[in-house]
Design a protein around this ligand. Sequence first.
Ligand SMILES: NC(=O)c1ccc[n+]([C@@H]2O[C@H](COP(=O)([O-])OP(=O)(O)OC[C@H]3O[C@@H](n4cnc5c(N)ncnc54)[C@H](OP(=O)(O)O)[C@@H]3O)[C@@H](O)[C@H]2O)c1
Length: 267
Amino acid sequence: MILITGASGQLASMVAERARQNGLAVVTASRSPDADRQIDFDQPDTLDFSGVDTLLLISAGYAEDDVVMRRHGAVLAAAARQGVKHVIYTSLSKASDHLGFALAHRWTERQIMASGMDWTILRNGLYAELIGALAAPRDGRITTPFGEGGISAVARSDLAEAAVAVLSDPAAHAGKSFELSGTKAFCLPELAARLGCPYEPTSLEAERVRLATLPLPPFQAPMLLSICSAAAAGFLQTDASDLETLVPQPQDAFAVACAAADSARQT
Ligand SMILES: NC(=O)c1ccc[n+]([C@@H]2O[C@H](COP(=O)([O-])OP(=O)(O)OC[C@H]3O[C@@H](n4cnc5c(N)ncnc54)[C@H](OP(=O)(O)O)[C@@H]3O)[C@@H](O)[C@H]2O)c1
């Protein structure tokens, strides 16, 4: 049996739907009452992996590093104890190594590799939907300080398809890490041109001041600023991608980002 965590989330719900369409026996888990199993990574008593052969651990990364590491560590310990054979983990691409939330992913990868369970690491690139939402025009201009370098973002649906490809035959993908960045980078000036609005990036300091006015949890502003810094430094562009190994015909990530930016447009 396959168990997929984060089931109420956008990535896991796509994976579960596609896996079932492909005839795989899937059990979903999250804190939501709609999931097949109610599992809360913060409540060790709820970590029920009985009967599970393959665990798709979708990262629960919207928190400080210590919280994320505690969550993932508890899941892996419970999974190993309860006889899970293979863990597939949605990590973060190598190109994202300078992001503020990369450390907890790398820590989790190490724990998985030392766990004794078989493993597959899906090193997901940044979602095109996320880049688009962060680059949404405000008052007719795009001001997000992403610089002018390329960003190798990837459509979330491609990452779901990649996960289903591995779930369909875990043994064939055991002991492998896949870099799943987008295969065609795009930059903010291109996105602004497509949306028909000027690109006038602010400074990182001005962005930090703007974020401080928003009702964000404390960890989130540094997390978002690290995406700006890495993009502006050109570190989010990479040619290292195994995406087409698992997803033969990837989506147009630029089009996905533009649609997300357009729908999040603030007047
Ligand atoms: N590559 C990227 O660009 C990128 C961007 C943002 C995030 N991420 C990472 O990728 C993951 C999946 O992305 P997504 O778009 O599907 O995010 P999402 O829609 O926010 O879903 C996150 C899921 O994490 C689950 N979760 C959070 N805290 C949990 C806990 N304590 N115990 C159990 N489950 C918990 C939530 O389930 P319940 O609330 O129902 O329990 C939710 O279903 C995120 O969680 C994050 O770690 C990647």
